[in-house]
Design a protein. Sequence first.
Length: 338
Amino acid sequence: MNTLKPALFYENLEDTTIRCLLCPHLCQLKNGQTGICQARINHDGIMYSLNYGIITSEALDPVEKKPLYHFHPGRKIFSIGSFGCNLSCIFCQNHTISREGAKTFNKINAQMPCEIVHKASRIEDNIGIAYTYNEPVISVEFILETAHLAKRLGLHNVMVTNGFINPTPLLRLLPLIDAWNVDLKAFSEKFYKKLTGGSLQPILNVLKNIRKSGNHLEITHLVVTGENDNEEEFRAMVHWLHEELGPDTILHISRYHPHYKHHAPPTPPETLLKFYKIAKEKLFWVYLGNIQLSVGNESHCPKCGALLVRRSGYFTEIYELGEEGDCKICGEHLPFIR
């Protein structure tokens, strides 16, 4: 039996009722109730984390798998995940851990932050720790402690997240996280409400706050057949990214495959190609994921056109990308971290 960890980011209401302040759901919990995420519980008016140190998945992944194409390209990162999620996407690819609660994983012994960091530091050529697989936001207490220790040892911290988090906990994470990949699942409130149980606007706010912080940011957009494959909506999203985050925003357009409770056919390649061309009208850095096509895998200098990086699956070749993130041919400074 693992010891419960007192949680952060909540407030007490009347009697023993509390309100969680971690994400925009603002779950109001009576004694004994757990939040939507299944990872936070009210016990006698105190909120506890149920997944503190419970690691359900760990692997040494190519950083491109997160996906991060502009953050230490070609390197590997120690990746860990727990259980639970504050969204309920009906097409979730990790539903075996994201849609399960503490009872499913009660035989897993918790690992302490120092154990994770020690393990990560001993892996040859590892650049750091990625918090991924399930939704890392709901493990905020564990991540704050682990990321702090990792930074002291010179390891990088990466968050792969749905971005559904309130401003105060986000501000606590920003100084510790080096790179983010945020899922922008759609550009409509209707999609978020129907297919994820969340909402769009808080995620747009998070994207702007990460961008303002100077943290490295890449965005993933999964094109779900029949749901968010509308050209007008996609154009509106690209326009917002260009205007609010800038033309050097890094966007990964990913192919959907049927999974969990959603059984629409995979995204047609022609839809992905069309969206790629639309995005390239306004953004310099656009990639295609979950599919191998003739475009969407390489990085070219937007100034001189030089080939910077070529990718095939998770195999990465560096060409004219300098050690300082500049183009070796024309000297243009580019949004790459090596």
